[in-house]
Design a protein around this ligand. Structure first.
Ligand code: 13P
Ligand code: SF4
Length: 328
């Protein structure tokens, strides 16, 4: 008799994931910050916006979400009839943790004339308290559709919010959350690395603090950084975001050199997201086999959170024009 609780190993593990994927009619979605072996077997690898769009559109019966919990929650909000499994339910996010719904509610109530533009890296409850959700790849397009005289609160990432304020000359009130991964880059070490590779451009995620973003030649989401990696002049790129994204760059452009920006110890390993890293092939296998841990969201809460996510999906594709935001 086989041991049902223990996953197989090596090629058997990959073959069993493949068998379960077909048997369950499952789609495996993975974020660019997942381990290479997970990215390589996923049906789709993408940024937060692309993964939400895939979750909304898929006709699979099961979504195996290899990312963090707010991403799997988003998949369930958009596709409630599907079974959504997350290989490790403890895969959270420091930005979500920084923004408890009751405190966010009080913040909103203290600013009744403001709309809440909220980064997708937050809980379902905070999405339900928000007007429009943004991801880092959709934030600029969406902000440009909001009238300049409309007061806005932006949470939970103060670095992304601050970057948008500076770039678009806005005055959004910022929630004080940060991503612990992007916060760990060191300006001093980055400048030392840059001195060793003087011609190499720097690509940074807007979750980085201004001290890092200010040195960047390109600032954008994970998918934006990947596009920049395909087109930058030269042969070396310094990458200031979670280093597992480099796997995609090395696959697409093996002749080029991609270097992860360093943390304070001069080593980029401290910038590995500890939450994303909780997902493993073994846990993906058991999630597909047992259909657990599964995302469940109370229907009333889901419907409220879906409104702000639907606005994001509409506005990200530019279907709502300037001025329409007055209806929020
Ligand atoms: P994007 O993939 O949308 O750029 O998000 C980055 C991130 O930190 C996800 O947690
Ligand atoms: Fe959250 Fe940062 Fe990890 Fe993304 S990289 S999941 S923002 S802690």
């Amino acid at each position: 008799m086989t041991d049902q609780s223990r996953p197989p190993t090596g090629d058997d593990l990959l073959a069993e994931i493949e068998r379960l994927r077909k048997e369950r009619n499952a789609v495996i979605l993975a974020h660019y910050y997942q381990k290479p072996e997970i990215q390589d077997l996923a049906d789709f690898v993408g940024d937060s916006l692309q993964l939400s769009q895939m979750a909304a559109e898929t006709d699979a019966d099961v979504i195996a979400f290899c990312g963090v919990k707010f991403m799997a929650d988003t998949a369930k909000i958009l596709s409630p009839e599907k079974i959504v499994v997350l290989p490790d339910m403890d895969a959270g996010c420091s930005l979500e943790d920084s923004c408890p719904p009751e405190k966010f509610k009080a913040f909103r109530e203290a600013h009744p004339d403001h709309i809440a533009l909220t980064y997708i890296n937050c809980s379902t409850e905070v999405k339900a308290l928000s007007d429009v959700i943004v991801t880092s790849s959709s934030a600029e397009t969406i902000l440009e559709q909001i009238p300049e005289d409309q007061p806005i609160i932006f949470g939970p990432d103060r670095h992304l919010g601050g970057y948008l304020n500076r770039k678009f000359n806005r005055d959004m009130l910022l929630w004080p959350g940060v991503c612990i991964v992007h916060e760990a880059f060191s300006e001093t070490e980055l400048l030392k690395l840059k001195a060793q590779h003087p011609g190499a451009p720097i690509a940074a995620h807007p979750e980085c603090p201004p001290a890092i973003v200010d040195h960047a030649d390109y600032v954008g989401s994970t998918s934006g950084i990947l596009q920049f990696a395909e087109t930058f002049p030269g042969d070396t790129l310094i990458v200031a975001t979670e280093p597992h994204i480099i796997h995609q760059m090395e696959k697409a452009l093996p002749e080029k050199n991609f270097i992860g920006a360093p943390g304070a110890d001069g080593n980029c390993n401290c910038n590995i997201c500890p939450y994303m890293a909780l997902n493993t092939l073994e846990k993906l296998y058991t999630a597909l086999r047992d259909l657990t841990p599964q995302i469940e969201i109370e229907e009333g809460l889901r419907m409220k959170a879906k409104q702000s996510l639907d606005r994001m999906l509409e506005m990200a594709s530019g279907t709502i024009g300037k001025g329409d935001l007055g209806k929020i």
